[in-house]
Design a binder for this molecule. Structure first.
Ligand code: DGY
Length: 325
């Protein structure tokens, strides 16, 4: 029997490869650098499934180059790289990887929050520099985290995982979201709802956990920074374009806010040069990058592909209307 052909734009992890190879004829882009777009389009000609990263734009151009495509499986929960409507129009299933990365991403948002508050980046650089002269009373003094107010923007699974961790720091947790959480969730997480204006004014740390949508693009602009406390820090592990980077740089330069810790950027992999400053911690989009979680994400994408080939509903389908046709 001829096995369905799959293209993965990355070599993936062994457990995911095993899932695929049992049932499919899988081709991987094995090189460490990203595949050139033309190469992806060329290889897709005879493929029925694509497993891709969030760096691949799944749009009309790609779909046109892949006339046999049945499913595109994103190895990420965020799917702003996928034109879902275009997929639906062509009867192509689109899937993502929700749920498996929530705790790992929240861990990392906390890593960033702690690092910027306690000036870990600067401390690490000094300790390695050979210039450290020893303990000093006012050396690299930062800001306390414990007992402060954490403002969470976007109270989905990751936002809630962020809130859960705050109780150990005896923090007050406030959140904002388009949809207010159920009373039980608010109680369990000891989180209080605020509208955006109140959250900006009250928070010592603001952590962003919204998806990138037309309504959230540029959500953090000059007006928002104006409303934040001068002593407050911004943490972003969601998507870069949720924050207007130029406005953030201006806010940092004019000391409208105290600092920022960022895992995501407006035009990745480019980073606004104005963010290269002492009160900013930078990371290269690695919030979900633990071996356990990235392996689970790759396996989930592979399982979504297998389900589609077996005529089952993929667990993480984004456009279920395709199945009704
Ligand atoms: C996602 O899954 O959307 C992240 O940005 C990568 O883990």
């Amino acid at each position: 029997m001829v096995k369905p052909k799959v293209l993965a734009t990355h070599r993936l992890f062994d457990p995911a490869r095993r899932i695929l190879e049992e049932n499919c004829d899988a081709e991987y882009w094995e090189k460490p650098e990203r595949p050139p777009r033309e190469e992806v389009l060329r290889r897709l000609k005879d493929k029925e499934a694509l497993i891709c990263l969030l760096t691949e734009k799944v749009n009309d151009e790609l779909l046109q180059a892949a006339p046999k495509l049945k499913i595109t499986a994103n190895v990420a929960v965020g799917f702003d790289n996928i034109d879902v409507a275009a997929c639906t129009k062509r009867g192509v299933i689109a899937t993502n990887t929700p749920g498996v990365l929530d705790e790992t991403t929240a861990d990392f948002a906390w890593t960033l929050l702690m690092a910027v508050a306690r000036r870990l980046g600067e401390g690490d650089a000094l300790a390695r520099s050979g210039n450290w002269k020893g303990w000093d009373l006012d050396q690299l003094v930062g800001t306390d985290v414990w007992g402060k107010t954490l403002g969470i923007v976007g109270f989905g699974r990751i936002g809630k995982a962020m809130a859960r961790r705050a109780s150990g720091f005896r923090m007050k947790v406030i959140y904002t979201d388009a949809v207010r959480a159920a009373a039980e969730a608010e109680q369990e997480l000891r989180a209080e709802y605020r509208d955006m204006h109140a959250l900006l004014a009250e928070s010592d740390f603001i952590s962003i956990h919204t998806p990138l949508l037309p309504e959230t693009r540029g959500l953090f602009d000059a007006a928002k920074f104006e409303r934040m406390k001068r002593t407050a820090f911004l943490v972003n592990t969601s998507r870069g374009p949720v924050v207007e980077e130029a406005a953030l740089v201006t806010a940092l330069e004019s000391e409208k806010i105290a600092g920022a810790a960022l895992d995501v950027f407006e035009k990745e992999p480019a980073i606004h040069p104005g963010l290269n400053r002492r009160n900013v911690v930078l990371a290269p989009h690695i919030a979900s990058a633990s071996l356990e979680t990235r392996t689970k994400m790759a396996c989930m994408a592979a399982e979504n592909v297998i389900a589609a080939f077996e005529g089952r509903r993929p667990a993480n389908i984004l456009n279920p209307e395709v199945l009704k046709g």
